[in-house]
Every structure is written in C-alpha cells, then in structure tokens.
Design a protein around this ligand. Sequence first.
Ligand code: TXA
Ligand code: MG
Length: 326
Amino acid sequence: MSFKTQIGTDLEEAIRWLTAGQCVAIPTETVYGLAANALDPAAAAVIFAVKNRPAFDPLIVHVLDLDEATAYAEELPPLLRRLAERFWPGPLTVLVPKKALIPDLITAGLPRVALRAPAHLLTRQLLARLPFPLAAPSANPFGYISPTTAQHVYDQLKDKIPYILDGGPCTIGVESAIVGMEDGALVVYRLGGLTVEAIEDAAQKRVVVRRHSVSNPIAPGLLTTHYAPRKRLLLWPSSDYWPIQAAPPKLGLLLFRCRERLPPHTRCFVLSQSGDLAEAAQNLFSALRALDSAEDVETIWAEQCPEIGLGRAINDRLRRAATAAE
Ligand code: TXA
Ligand code: MG
C-alpha cells in the first residue's frame, strides 16, 4: 500500500490509523518506533512488511505501565517486577512468559514476550487512549540505523506509512536494555539506554550480558549485523593515537570526544565535545546517518567510547555496524 506520509502531533490522526490496523511511527525516549496493534496479527504483519523484517525477529510490546503489563504476562518474576517498578516508564524491556492473548507472530513463536513502558509523553498519551498495546520495533528498514527524529523516519519510510507522530529528537538515542531471567540468573540480552550499572544496583545482583550471534539470531532474537550504515565502517579503539598517514581518501570520522590532531580533509562528527556518554548516545545514530549520506565520505572510522555506563551500549552498536560492513 502507498500513502502520502504526514508528519504531525495529532493524536486523533494516529489513533484513527492504528484503529484501522495500520502502522504509525511513534516517538519514544530511546528511538522512534513503528507501531501497530499488538493484539491484531494482521496489523503486526504490516510492520514486518513495511520494515522488510524477517518473521523470525520478534517485536517489543509497548504498554502504559506495570498494571497493563500484567494483562499480557503469564508471570512476572519478582526481580523483573522490581526493575519495572524502578525504571518504568523508561528504557527497560523485560522478557516474560506470554499470555495466549499475545499473537505468536509478535514473539516469533517464542514463549516469552518483550514488554516495555516508554517514557515519551506523547506516546504515553497515545497508549492511554488506545484499547490495545502497541507492537513497535525501531522505525527503520531492517538492518539499518535506528531513527532518532521524525525526519529520519520520513527519509526511509515515506509512502509506506500514513502518519509519523513527531515528538522531537529522542532524548536517550539508543534502544532500550532488554532483560530477562534464566535459571535464576538476570540476563541482559541487549545493552541499551538503561545501563548495566543501574540494573545491577537496583537488582542488587550481577547480570550476565549475552553476546549476539548471527548463527543463532533468536536466542533471543538479536542479530549481530544491526545498525549498519551502507558504507564501510572501521572501529578505532579509544586512544590518542590516530594513524593519520594511513587515512584513506574520503574519510569520515566519528569521534567520541574532541581531539587535537586529526587527519586533514576529513569530515568529522564529535559525539560529545566534553566526552559525556549521555550526550554521545543521543547523537550517535544522527551522526552515523549523516556520515553515511555524506557524498564526500567513502569510509567511516569510528572511535569507541570508554566501556562503562552508556558507553557499553554505544560500543555495542558501533561493533555491530562494523561487523555488518565487513
Ligand atoms: O528502545 C526500544 O526498545 C525500541 C523502541 C521503539 O521501543 N524498540 C526496538 O525494537 O529497539 P527492535 O524490534 O528494533 O528491537 C527489539 C529486539 C529485537 O532484536 C528482537 O529480536 C528482541 O528485541 N525481542 C523482541 N521480542 C522478543 C522476544 N519475545 N524474545 C526474544 N527477543 C525479543
Ligand atoms: Mg531495531
């Protein structure tokens, strides 16, 4: 189906399309989502078609709060409940056994459903007014960089969806952390906008961080080659040494913080002048998109952040972008 895609802040319009079983892009504090009625398999199927997403990759279900979550979770392990109480609404997704009410298409046939209460006010107003939860993956074509502005969504999904609810730039900028329980262990399946340190502090327990693999994409459904720009991206470890002589022509640099010696004639994006990780996360996907579409850039070198706090989620996205470019 083809649409004349509109961008706006009209909740009525969003409600109309969603109620009709169509997709609407919604703002969240992490990234923009491509939303549809999570209880209607036909509506969820539209998400897969618009994103060109393989059916084995399950969708996160967005709810207003913990109360609503209990309607879709067969069981809420006490530790996950405690985390949700502490961090919802916010960048935390919990994987919990699903009720039959959640269609198998949403979970790709897996026994658990991913639930999250997003913090963005406009989307919370939308959820409060809808009689169903919203399935929403990031609103990018499958495998590409996640969108953090309404314009990013428009650039890639125009004509494919009727409406983009514009909530301004995302304040966090990387996707939610996905957390679940396995044999009593607290497992982080995707590093995200809620840090491992914050999770461990609230849980009073160490977490296990799962590494992704391409060969086993749905355990629990996280592909290695995500967040990929189209250009070749190489990772540079965080250090003061830059091999300036080795700089290829048409080089674009993605730097974590400001530095003094840079290769000449390069396009350069600094994620945070002062080296602030929250600011860097906020700017990450915009900067990657800008370098990916810059005509004078053929190769991207990206500097990794310190491996702490949000730096872990940023480095995870950069590593996966680099893997995809290999
Ligand atoms: O911040 C976010 O989480 C954003 C915003 C829009 O809420 N959403 C997001 O969705 O990043 P998506 O689909 O791009 O990434 C969700 C990841 C996928 O890799 C998927 O495989 C995994 O979560 N996932 C979802 N449901 C799952 C399930 N039932 N079991 C295992 N993994 C699941
Ligand atoms: Mg995604």
